[in-house]
Design a protein around this ligand. Sequence first.
Ligand code: AMP
Length: 269
Amino acid sequence: MRKTGEGKQIGFVPTMGALHPGHLSLIAASKAATDLTICSIFVNPTQFNDPADLAKYPVTPAADIRLLTGAGCDVLFMPDSPAEIYQVQDPPLPHYELHSMESLLEGAFRPGHFQGVCQVVHQLLKIVQPHQLFMGRKDYQQCMVIARLLEQIGSATRLVIVPTVREASGLAMSSRNTRLSPAALTQATAIYQSLTAIKAHLQPGPVQPLLDAALQQLREAGFEQTDYISIAHAQTLEPVSHWDGQTPLVALVAAFLSGVRLIDNMALT
Ligand code: AMP
């Protein structure tokens, strides 16, 4: 796949900026596997179902450019405005067939979110035309959605999924973490701890007691709302109520702390 005589391999890392080491691990993965790494920074309005979330999204271009330069990123694509991405829609943006991805988990709690993600990634792929697309496992369901998008549009781009980068505390790195106070950052580690506890106690049989304990753990840590905590089939994301000891599982969570919505996931098998 890499550095063939047929031409240089382009690696692409789409982001919304406010970069952190999680993003930089995608850049490193692209640099290791391709000849030219392109990063985009674009806070895509069509994927925000909550306008307040969009308004509060951190924007730190100077720091981002410094980090990308230090990481050896070759090209930064930073559109000035949505018009640059969604110029002339002829034909109009398609509707993407995402099936259960739009009714489960993030799909259920953020209506329209994954259509917006597909729109922007589709547009970016047309512009950048990468051989390989690097995305973080932190957004597990998003990776599955993008895999479907690539299939649906008949793209030859290869999706590479990069492991989640965590703080020493276990908290998954996220641009949204910058909106948390030092005290809240400590409370937020309950997400990782609850996922770790699910993994540690998983055994064949009913999984509801594990979910109840995790929910309780989040409540006690000060999370004001849990959108979902789910033990699901690792490929379909359908919830599993009774584990047969063999089905591949992933635990996924989305919860609010200090008004900030955090998501994380962990492979259980
Ligand atoms: P975002 O800027 O949040 O849209 O994220 C851009 C890309 O970085 C997505 O593919 C994310 O899954 C990935 N990403 C975000 N946080 C992390 C993390 N902690 N570890 C690995 N990848 C991440």
